[in-house]
Design a protein around this ligand. Sequence first.
Ligand SMILES: C[S@@+](CC[C@H](N)C(=O)[O-])C[C@H]1O[C@@H](n2cnc3c(N)ncnc32)[C@H](O)[C@@H]1O
Length: 338
Amino acid sequence: MRAVRPHESLHAPAIGACVEYEQSARPNGQIRRGRPDVLRADEMLDYFDVLADLHRSRRPTTYLEIGVFRGDALRLASEDAVCVGVDPEPVLEPGNGGHCHIEAMTSDAFFASPRPRELFGDRPIDMVFIDGMHLFEYALRDFNNAEALSTSESIILVHDCLPRDAVTASRERTTDHWTGDVWKLVLCLLDCRPNLDLSIIDVPPSGLCVIRRLDPSDNTLRDAYNAIVEKYRPLGFEAWEARSADVLQRTTNNPEAKSWSRRKEFVALRDRLAESEAESAALRDRLAKAETMRERLARSETRTRELEAQLRLVSASTSWRLTAPLRRVGASVRRRGA
Ligand SMILES: C[S@@+](CC[C@H](N)C(=O)[O-])C[C@H]1O[C@@H](n2cnc3c(N)ncnc32)[C@H](O)[C@@H]1O
């Protein structure tokens, strides 16, 4: 692993987004590697789970991550893969990137440099995760540059493509959690590259877009870059609102997105099942206690009846009746004494 540049000043916008999510979703900074379908019901499914699953199922031999931050997603890459993380200010302790190469520069500088070729050689990049600067034109350039180094079998993943509200999805960052206007890349790809296969997986915190059927020889976006930026950059959140239903309908039909929504359903159901089992156990416990009480009541009632019968026997006996005058005298003596 190459040396990591010290990072006294952090890249505010993108890092802020990470910090907010990390603190809420991964309090210990731990990354799970377990299979999503055996997750405990109280664990949330998020983009790390989707990434881990893709690493496991696709086994990319070459992996590039743009925007590394603490390296949490980067560490999901298999040890067998040539793994490269690019970030101008990675928040990664030296030695904490595992087997991955950390390139401390912007993605534009990386793609313009000989580093991709030096690191990957002639091999195409099997899987790319775009999670660097959260502005449309940066994400577009990252996509263009990544696709040029891919094959039709590769996949490109884009983080933060499912905006949650106008404030966190705007170009100006005013909140901790900030997705920026990366969502415009989805609209742009649907409009300009209809042959791409897009799938949006609705996982916290702000979705993951999986792009397949790449074509490194397609120059549509590269040739029209300026016009595209001019068209999409000024769009406001209302542009997303106007098209989101259509976008989601078209992109969540993909088997992968479906499979993930099934998993969410699975975890939610397992959660409810666990709650229901706990309630049944508590009720069984109360019922067992009630049954013990019922048995004690039955025993007590039997004893009461036996005592009543014994009392009746004693009252009906000759000796009790013959000694009645004595008891009356005794009682009157006690009254006088009192
Ligand atoms: C959201 S964080 C990345 C989180 C990481 N991918 C993960 O899931 O654990 C965004 C990172 O992008 C980096 N970044 C900002 N501008 C960049 C650029 N032009 N090129 C590459 N990375 C950039 C920031 O320094 C920050 O660490």
